[in-house]
Design a protein around this ligand. Structure first.
Ligand code: 13P
Length: 255
C-alpha cells in the first residue's frame, strides 16, 4: 500500500534566510536533486523568498511552499497574505497550523480549519500540522488531541477536498529540541491519524493521504522514520537549513 504514496521531503525554513541566502542554497541544492523522480521535494521559505524561489526552480524538481496564509482573498487584514496572492506568484502549497503558529501566535483549530478549507477551495495543497504538547502526552491525551485537531482542521472539507491535503504529525516537544519521538510513538500516532482520516473521508482517501513526521528529523534518524508503515515523508526544520544535511535527508535511502 505504502508503495503507492509518493514520499514528500519538505523543508520548513521558518524565519531563516534572506533572499540572497536562499539563492546561494538553491545554486548548490538544485543540481543535487536533478535526477530525483521518486519523491517530492518541497521547501517553504519566508514570504519574501517565494516569488524568486518559484522562478529559480521553474522546471526543476522543487515545489515552493508558503509557511502560512490567511483564509480571506483580500481585505483589511494588515500583515496577512491571501491564497489569491500566493496563487498569483505560482505558489500552490502552504503549511497551515504549524505548532509555532498555534503556540506563539495563538492560532486555534477553528481558524486553521478555515485556512485549510480556503486553501483547498483555491486549488491549493495544504500541509496541515498537528501535534500534542509534552503535558498532553504525559496526561495520556495524545490521541484525543490529534483527533480534535484533525476533526476541526478538516471539518469544512468533503472527501474530494481531502485529496489535496497532506498531514504533518509534529509532536510539539520534539520540535527544535533534538528529542525525536521514538519509532513506536511515531507509528502509533500516524496509524491513529490514518484511522481518523478513514472515518472522515473513507478508506480510499485514507490509503492515499500522505502523513509526514516532523520534529528533530536529522540525516542519522530519517531512514528509520521513513521505513515506518504509516510515515510518508518528513517535515524538517533545523536540519533543512544546510545543503549537506538536507540533501542527506532527501536521499534518506542512500544513507
Ligand atoms: P526541527 O526539525 O528543527 O525540529 O523543526 C521541525 C519543524 O517544526 C518542521 O516544521
Amino acid at each position: 500500500m505504502k508503495g503507492k504514496r509518493i514520499p514528500i521531503i519538505a523543508a520548513n525554513w521558518k524565519m531563516y534566510k534572506t533572499i540572497s541566502e536562499m539563492e546561494e542554497f538553491l545554486s548548490q541544492f538544485l543540481p543535487l536533486i536533478s535526477d530525483i523522480e521518486d519523491r517530492k521535494v518541497v521547501i517553504a521559505p519566508n514570504f519574501l523568498c517565494l516569488e524568486r524561489m518559484v522562478s529559480i526552480s521553474k522546471g526543476k524538481n522543487l515545489i515552493t511552499c508558503a509557511q502560512n496564509m490567511y483564509f480571506e482573498e483580500e481585505g483589511a487584514f494588515t500583515g496577512e497574505i491571501s491564497p489569491r496572492m500566493l496563487k498569483a506568484i505560482g505558489v500552490s502549497w502552504v503549511i497551515l497550523g504549524h505548532s509555532e503558529r498555534r503556540h506563539i501566535f495563538g492560532e486555534d483549530d477553528e481558524l486553521i480549519g478555515k485556512k485549510v478549507s480556503s486553501a483547498v477551495s483555491h486549488g491549493m495543497f495544504p500541509i496541515l500540522c498537528i501535534g500534542e504538547t509534552l503535558e498532553e502526552r504525559e496526561r495520556g491525551e495524545t490521541g484525543k488531541v490529534l483527533k480534535k485537531q484533525l476533526k476541526t482542521g478538516l471539518s469544512r472539507l468533503g472527501a474530494e477536498g481531502l485529496k489535496n491535503v497532506t498531514i504533518a504529525y509534529e509532536p510539539v516537544w520534539a520540535i527544535g529540541t533534538g528529542k525525536t519521538a521514538s519509532l513506536s510513538q511515531i507509528q502509533e500516532a500516524h496509524s491513529l491519524v490514518r484511522e481518523e482520516i478513514k472515518k472522515l473521508g473513507g478508506e480510499d482517501i485514507a490509503e492515499k493521504i500522505r502523513i509526514l513526521y516532523g520534529g528533530s528529523v536529522k540525516p542519522d534518524n530519517v531512514k528509520g522514520i521513513m521505513e515506518l508503515e504509516d510515515v510518508d515523508g518528513a517535515l524538517v526544520g533545523g536540519a533543512s537549513l544546510g545543503v549537506d544535511s538536507f540533501i542527506k535527508i532527501v536521499k534518506f535511502d542512500e544513507n
